[in-house]
Design a binder for this molecule. Structure first.
Ligand SMILES: Cc1ncc(COP(=O)(O)O)c(C=O)c1O
Length: 374
């Protein structure tokens, strides 16, 4: 029997509530950008860069046009290019691998751990060759990967460690903010992220001035002085409206992340169905629960059942990178990375956003627990 007879749809993510809450402040910020005609780069982007670097505990942040560009430019700043290899988890959003491919280097995939679903450090060494230059760890779903374990390997082989922190603004590894743990931290501020722009945006954090200066030039046509181009560069600046919107939202992010943690805690404590497995939360990581992913034996059946009850989960992600058509040329096959493949075939992301009401959270828990008992 339904506890709530008529219910609006509960999506995986709903941004309307967030934007309604800050509409007034946001429009004021947009007005300032408009009046200053500061649409490309400029003071509003610089202000956000300053605030975001402080938030991550790094010396520098560089705003760019999206998270994919952040990865691409960070790899270029490391000098990575044709003939090089970069190790990437097989279970991530494809953009982690795009960053590598765009430089001319080859992404070399590695499996994830069966319980944390983060890159498995014990599988990394066997993928290292004389061409390997870097490892990209992804703080997937908002949970930090095991940074120290990867650092040991990177030091042993002289590799760079990059963080893909696109899904993890505000997460901490052993108390330290993500984005400050590797050579550089790459962020996406896609609207649906925990910190998302009103538009497309991304950013790179670092403590090293040499990267900071190089990234500023790379995103701006390879010029540090206008119309003097020192190298082939890109037009990947962050827009002023995006920068201003991010400064507004950054002030709310700690509160929004805290609410996500509250919802996650309820899911973790109250979902008790034997049909559902949750992501293991290791003691090193403080997740910001960008996504709340679970696995179940028959994912399509659970999806259908939840849809019938007006709950609309997401799938992150249905196909692992090594089995994507775009990477057929790399010669991977099914069975290469069993944990990533299992996750892709069995995962489902429950609704997760700060504006979910307690009643909605209870409803999702109730329905998930009732699954398979009918
Ligand atoms: C793990 C990961 N890496 C990279 C990206 C790319 O970011 P963007 O969509 O801003 O290009 C995303 C975002 O979608 C992501 O989730």
């Amino acid at each position: 029997m339904e506890t709530i007879a008529i219910r609006e749809k509960i999506p995986c993510l709903d941004l309307k509530g967030q934007h309604e809450q800050i509409k007034h402040e946001m429009f004021e910020a947009f007005e300032k950008v408009y009046e200053n005609t500061a649409f490309s780069g400029g003071p509003f982007v610089e202000e956000f860069e300053h605030n975001f670097a402080a938030f991550c505990g790094t010396k520098y942040a560089v705003g760019v046009n999206n998270g994919t560009s952040a990865l691409h430019l960070a790899l270029l700043a490391l000098g990575i290019g044709t003939g090089d290899e970069v190790i990437v988890p097989a279970n991530t959003f494809i953009a982690t691998a795009w960053g590598v491919t765009y430089t001319g280097a080859t992404p070399v995939f590695v499996d994830c751990s069966p319980d944390t679903w983060e890159i498995d450090p014990s599988k990394v060494e066997e993928r290292i060759t004389s061409r390997t230059k870097a490892v990209i760890g992804v703080h997937l779903y908002g949970l930090p990967f095991d940074v120290d374990a990867l650092k040991v390997i990177c030091q042993k082989y002289g590799l760079y460690l990059l963080e893909d922190a696109a899904q993890a603004q505000g997460a901490r590894y052993k108390g330290v903010p993500v984005g400050s743990l590797g050579e550089m931290g790459c962020f996406s501020f896609y609207p649906g992220k925990n910190l998302g722009a009103c538009g497309e945006a991304g950013g790179i954090t670092t403590n090293k001035e040499v990267y900071y200066k190089h990234l500023q030039s790379l995103r701006n046509h390879g010029a540090s002085v206008r119309y003097y181009h020192d190298e082939v560069g890109y037009n990947m600046r962050m827009g002023g409206l995006e920068g201003a919107s991010l400064s507004v939202k950054l002030r709310y992010l700690p509160g929004w992340n805290a609410r996500r943690k509250e919802i996650a805690k309820r899911y973790q404590q109250e979902i008790n169905s034997p049909h559902i497995q949750l992501q293991y939360q290791p003691e090193w990581g403080e997740s910001v629960y960008h996504l709340f992913v679970v696995t179940t034996q028959d994912r399509d059946d659970l999806l259908k059942y939840l849809n019938e009850h007006n709950i609309f989960p997401g799938l992150h992600y249905p196909v692992p990178c090594h089995l994507q058509k775009a990477y057929t040329c790399l010669g991977y096959k099914e069975g290469d990375f069993p944990n990533a493949e299992y996750l892709a075939g069995h995962c489902l992301s429950l609704p997760m956003y700060a504006e979910m009401t307690n009643e909605e959270v209870s409803y999702v828990i109730e329905k998930v627990n009732a699954y398979g008992n009918a």
